[in-house]
Each structure stands twice: as structure tokens, then as C-alpha cells.
Design a protein around this ligand. Structure first.
Ligand code: NOJ
Length: 535
């Protein structure tokens, strides 16, 4: 039935940020039992796999991306029993569960780091990256943290600096020491043995750094905004040796059946695709072009073409529209574009990943400085509104009750709710036939059924108008689809007769327009998208 496709090729991935999805305990922070309560909803979306942002034991300096124990669940999220129950329930519904793996750094509270920092002679000293101060007593080189300030913190007790490219509570592991890799491979085995279906691997392209710790050169095209971008990261990112480490992760993964590795990689497409390796690195290097690029049809058209051109033979494509680090699509592209944007995500060639809440058009929520929690914002208050990620991590909007059904009505959610939650929520959109939620469901249902959409070829179509993206999705012997998306706010009449004379509207972005259209005179409203069935 699935023509030999694997679940992560055929399926749709849904990212849950566990703190913000559903709280069952009343402490205002989402947890595993909460997710369990919402499985009916996830099933109704026809998604295939859930990716959970980290739930490991953590002091939460970076909300779980600082791991203190890779094989324990943080009590905020529940117990290992809760996890086992969730995994079992997800599997019984025919869905998959993908965990986050954070191999680049641990928490400074991890037993490995506590031991490493205890003395220069510690058996684990070399598990992290320690260096003597520069002659003036300052950091060993000019490397910067992505969360503000130098990438080095001095440990007074032993008189050396340790490396951290994120918060100072996230010391980086030293993968030049083979014991570190071995320990991390055991973490993979622990979770695969439990039966999880894969990992999304945090900052996988940063795992290795220049052995000589050379200063990074200035970036001649720096925009003067993000301090971290003032250098070219040639000694901290994308080092050739990183591929050997990834191959080791893949070898362990291949000891198990039907598992997936997804890599978080922010690199230009030609570098990104090298992370497929020779089918021996990650299965899906996350393709963040739709997250990073200007929301303009010519830019996106060229990005799709470049990606399609660059993909190695047999490499499976993927697309991401949002995540817990970047502005929500409804904010970036404008609320009116959110429907067309989801139509794009769910009709492109390759595995789509949806960030929770984007199926109802959730927007960034402005967070007052006093309530901000995210370390890059707190470290750089002068640019908190530029670098802070709290606005994209606010509680899921389930209904119009106090606290939106996310937590107990008397609780204080860990981040404030969106001001519009009484009108933008799952319950309301569930009941409105033409809601964005029902558009999302219509798109996932069509994608699941139609071979042209879940495995067919992609071919760009010239629409003759700058604002409009048009493309064909085709699979031999199956219905063909023409997708037409207006990424602008003007109305157009298009001549798409090269693709056929008439077509039937399979899904219109307003879920109202129906019937047949004349492709020689196709009227397309502002921000409108159409999925057209050709035969
Ligand atoms: C990337 C994650 O997506 C982000 O949320 C985190 O802060 C950094 N890696 C550090 O782990």
C-alpha cells in the first residue's frame, strides 16, 4: 500500500514543545500526561509522528536543552512511567514518537560536568573543552556565544575556561575524546531499546570545533544586529570531521528497525545536503528555507528549485514552516498568509514538519520584559525583542475558558496566553467548517490519500505573475495536482492553460470555493491558495 515508502517519508511530523502543549497537574507547565490527554486531537490532524522537544532531567536554564541526565524524565514533565504510557498510547494509535537528542552540550549540573570541573586531573576533564586563559587572563579566543557574550566561562576553582556556544550552563562536550561518543551512543541505545522511533538531533553541525581553537574571522557582510553574526563561524560549525560522528550515530540507529534521525542544521542548501552522507548520515537534514527566507514568491520559488537541484539521488526531501526558535509563520508572513503557507508546506515534495499551534494560525505573543524567560533575551535585554524566543512558545490555545484549557483555570501559565485565545482556539475552529484547523485537516487528509502529493514529482509552473507560486505534483497512473498560491495581497487572473484546460478545486484556502475552474482565466484572490485536481 505504501509503495515501499518508510513512515518518515510518507508521514507528517508534528512538533510539541512540552512545556506549552497541555498541563494536567495545575502547575502551569505542560507535561506528558497532558500530551496523553490530547492524542485524540493529534490523531484528528492525521499527523504521523510527534517530535517532543526535550523532556530529560534538566535545571531548565535553556528549558530542557540543558540536560542533566539523558536517561531520566524531568519531574516537571512526569515520570518514566508516564513516558512509557505515552509511548505505548502513541504506538497503539499507529503514530510514532521522536525524541530530541542534545549531544553537543550537557547541563553544568550533569554528573559528567560536575566531575570534569572538579579538578584538572579529573578522569572526565577531557570530556569537555577546557583551555587556559589568554595571556591577559581573558577567554582563550574570540568565539562568541549565540546567547550573548563570549563562548567561554572561567571556572575560578581550576583556573581554566570551558566552552559553551549557548548559555554558560550548557558546557560543550569534547567529541575528540572517543569516550564521549561512546557515552552518547549508549544514550541512543537506551531510548531505541525502549522503542522510540527516532531522534531530532540538536545543533548537529556544531558537534566538532577546531582543534587549535583559532580565532574566527570577521564577517564582511555582518548586518550589525546579532553580535554572534559578526564572525564567520568557520572554526565552530560544519567542520569536515563532524560527518564521522554522525555516521557513528547512524550505525547505532541502523541496528534497530525503521528508526529515523533528523538533524537540526542551519546551513546553505549545498552544505545542508552533505548531511545525508552516502545514505549513512541523517535521514532528514532539516530544511529550514521556509523558516529563514523572506516570504516572497520569487525567493521561495528559487529556494525550492535550488533544493530540488541539490538533493542527492535517493535523498528524501523535507520542509519546515516553524519551530520553537523562529517567529511563527502567521507573524512572519502575516495572518492572511498563514493558510497559503500551510498549503505550501503540505503540498511540497518531502516530509512536512508542523510546529504546534500553526494549524490554528497562532501568532507570536509579545512578552513584557518582566515575564521573559528565554536566556538569549535575558542575557541581552537591549535586544530581547529581537532574540527572545518566548513569543513562539506560549500555551496552546485549546478553548475560550480561562487559561485556554491549557492548564487549570486558577493556575498561572509559565508564559502568558495570546490575547486572542478566546477567538482563536481549537474548540472554536473545530466547530467552524471553514476554519484554518479544518483547512489543515483537509490538506493532511488529501496528502495522505494522494500518491502525487506524498510521493510524486514536483515541477514548477510559470504563472506569469511575480506574487504567485504554481507547481505540479504528479505520480504515474494517479491524479495530478496543480497548486497555485498567491503570496501577495493583490488579485490576479492567471493563464495556466499550459497545465490543462479545466481543473477541479480539491481544496481552496477559504474552504468555500468549489467546483471547476477555467485554467486559461483563473481568478486568484489576495492570499488565496488552490489545490487543483487535473484529472
Ligand atoms: C537549538 C535548539 O532548537 C534551541 O532551542 C536551543 O536553545 C539550542 N539548540 C541549544 O541547545
Amino acid at each position: 500500500m505504501d509503495e515501499g515508502l518508510l513512515w518518515w517519508q510518507r508521514g507528517i511530523i508534528y512538533q510539541i514543545y512540552p512545556r506549552s502543549f497541555q498541563d494536567s497537574s495545575g502547575d502551569g507547565i505542560g507535561n506528558l500526561r497532558g500530551i496523553l490527554q490530547r492524542l485524540d486531537y493529534l490523531e484528528s490532524l492525521q499527523i504521523d509522528a510527534i517530535w517532543l522537544s526535550p523532556i530529560y532531567r534538566s535545571p531548565m536554564a535553556d528549558f530542557g536543552y540543558d540536560v542533566a541526565d539523558y536517561t531520566a524524565i524531568d519531574p516537571i514533565f512526569g515520570t518514566m512511567d508516564d513516558f512509557d504510557r505515552l509511548l505505548d498510547a502513541v504506538h497503539r494509535r499507529g503514530m510514532k514518537l521522536v525524541m530530541d537528542l542534545i549531544p553537543n552540550h550537557t547541563s553544568d549540573q550533569h554528573a559528567w560536568f560536575i566531575e570534569s570541573r572538579s579538578s584538572r586531573d579529573s578522569a572526565k576533564r577531557d570530556w569537555y573543552i577546557w583551555r587556559d586563559p589568554a595571556p591577559d587572563g581573558g577567554p582563550p579566543n574570540n568565539w562568541l556565544s549565540m546567547f550573548g557574550g563570549p563562548a567561554w566561562t572561567l571556572d575560578e576553582h581550576t583556573g581554566q575556561y570551558y566552552l559553551h556556544q549557548f548559555a554558560r550552563q550548557q558546557p560543550e562536550l569534547n567529541y575528540r575524546n572517543p569516550e564521549v561518543l561512546r557515552a552518547m551512543l549508549d544514550v541512543l541505545r537506551f531510548w531505541f531499546d525502549k522503542g522510540i522511533d527516532g531522534f531530532r538531533i540538536d545543533v548537529i553541525w556544531l558537534l566538532l570545533k577546531d582543534e587549535d581553537l583559532r580565532d574566527e574571522p570577521l564577517n564582511p557582510t555582518w548586518d550589525g544586529i546579532q553580535p554572534h553574526a559578526q564572525f564567520e563561524h568557520i572554526y565552530t560549525q560544519n567542520l569536515p570531521g563532524v560527518h564521522d560522528l554522525i555516521r557513528a550515530l547512524r550505525r547505532v540507529t541502523d541496528e534497530y528497525e525503521n528508526r529515523v534521525l533528523i538533524g537540526e542544521i542551519y546551513l546553505p542548501v549545498e552544505d545542508l545536503v552533505t548531511y545525508y552522507g552516502d545514505e549513512d548520515e541523517v535521514h532528514l537534514p532539516f530544511n529550514f528555507q521556509l523558516v529563514e527566507l523572506d516570504w516572497k514568491a520569487p525567493v521561495i520559488r528559487e529556494a525550492i528549485a535550488a533544493y530540488e537541484r541539490s538533493l542527492p539521488e535517493r535523498a528524501w526531501p523535507n520542509w519546515v514552516l516553524g519551530n520553537h526558535d523562529r517567529h511563527r509563520i502567521a507573524t512572519r508572513a502575516g495572518a492572511a498568509q498563514a493558510r497559503a503557507a500551510n498549503m505550501l508546506l503540505l503540498t511540497l515534495r518531502g516530509t512536512p514538519t508542523t510546529y504546534y499551534g500553526e494549524e490554528i494560525g497562532m501568532e507570536n505573543v509579545p512578552i513584557p520584559l518582566a515575564l521573559m524567560q528565554d536566556p538569549p533575551a535575558l542575557n541581552q535585554p537591549e535586544m530581547a525583542h529581537v532574540v527572545g524566543r518566548d513569543p513562539v512558545r506560549t500555551p496552546m490555545q485549546w478553548d475560550d475558558s480561562p487559561n485556554a484549557g491549557f492548564t487549570h483555570p486558577d493556575a498561572t501559565p509559565w508564559l502568558p496566553l495570546a490575547a486572542d485565545y478566546e477567538t482563536r482556539n481549537v474548540a472554536r475552529q473545530d466547530a467552524e467548517p471553514a476554519s484554518m484547523l479544518n483547512l489543515y485537516r483537509a490538506l493532511t487528509a488529501l496528502r495522505c490519500q494522494e500518491p502525487a502529493l506524498y510521493r510524486g514529482a514536483y515541477q514548477a509552473v510559470e504563472a506569469g505573475v511575480d506574487d504567485v507560486l504554481a507547481y505540479l505534483r504528479t505520480a504515474d497512473g494517479h491524479a495530478r495536482f496543480l497548486v497555485v498560491l498567491n503570496l501577495g495581497s493583490s488579485q490576479h487572473t492567471l493563464d495556466l492553460s499550459a497545465a490543462g484546460s479545466t481543473a477541479q478545486i480539491a481544496i481552496a484556502s477559504d474552504l468555500l470555493r468549489a467546483g471547476n475552474v477555467d485554467l486559461a482565466h483563473l481568478a486568484l484572490g489576495p492570499d488565496e491558495g488552490l489545490v487543483l485536481r487535473l484529472d
